[in-house]
Design a protein around this ligand. Sequence first.
Ligand code: CO
Length: 134
Amino acid sequence: MIGRLNHVAIATKNIAAAAKVYRDTLGAKVSEPVPQPDHGVTTIFVELPNTKIELLEPLGENSPIAKFLEKNPSGGMHHICYEVDDIYAARDRMKAEGATITGTGEPRIGAHGKPVIFLHPKDFVGTLVELEQA
Ligand code: CO
C-alpha cells in the first residue's frame, strides 16, 4: 500500500542551527523557515535528490513535538512520512489492521497542504509514521 518515502522529520530545539548543519556541513539545499501556527511547529525543508528532510522546531504553547524534545533534548528523528494514493482507503486499512491512528483518527490537512494521518509508534516498530495523500 505505501509508496514513496515523502520525508523524514527531525525535531530540534534550534532550527537555525539544524539548518546550518544541513546547509553548511552537509551541503544540502535548505529552504527558509516557515512558521505553521496551525501545526505548532516551524518547518524547514531540506531537498535531497530522492526525498526531503523536514526540520521541526516547536512553535507556541502546545506544540506536538514538545514532549519528544523533553525526552530527546538534543533532537532526533521524529517521524517518517510515506505517500499513499488514497488517504481514506489507507485509514480504513489501518483500522482493519488494528493500528492506532493518533488524534481524532480522521485525516487532516498536514504541513504540506495535503491530507495526512499519523500512526502510533507502538504498532510500527517504535516509529511514528505519517501517511500522506500523494
Ligand atoms: Co511530516
